[in-house]
Design a protein around this ligand. Sequence first.
Ligand code: GRF
Length: 201
Amino acid sequence: MRKRIAVFASGFGSNLQALIDFSAKNDLVGDISLVFSNNAEAKALERAAKHGINSFHLDPADYANREEFEREILKVLEKERIDIIVLAGYMFLLTDLIISKYRNRILNIHPAILPSFKGAHGIKDAYDYGVKVSGVTVHFADAELDHGPIIMQEPVYIDQGDTVEKFEEKIHIVEHKIYPLAVQLLCQGRLRINGRKVEIL
Ligand code: GRF
């Protein structure tokens, strides 16, 4: 059965766009049924509207704590019968409320080779550190930041003379290529988790 996907995005939404483009060109075994943002100004919400995808926004400042905030999100996810959550630049750590409800059905993308350069500035942190190679990681999300079992990693080289902007561009190209592939594998039920190891069937 086709999976119903919710994409969570806080900002620009280029990974959301890559997923939309992939599903338009390929046989994504799922539908991008919903987009959620914590940020009313997120370009991701505009992209959803442009492509006729249902979207909603909730402001965490309107809730007493993160659990209350997530309880409201969950209500919408349940109403929309969402099977899979794809975090695409969602700048909030999920609590156990959503994690336990969607265990092993939440993907995240991180712009570095985990466990290096965790956190909100993976691209700049790697660049400033002076590494010659960094890259992109797609992994299952758990309640710890940038931590769950790793599905895919692809290296991106920092060539001499690359500015941080150039390096960022190279990272995004790889993100947009591999994230849809990982979402597809999850939709197809081809990811088997064994502890920290993920096998692609
Ligand atoms: C990406 O670099 C992603 O790896 C990170 O946040 C960024 C989101 O970019 N988690 P966009 O909003 O998808 O353009």
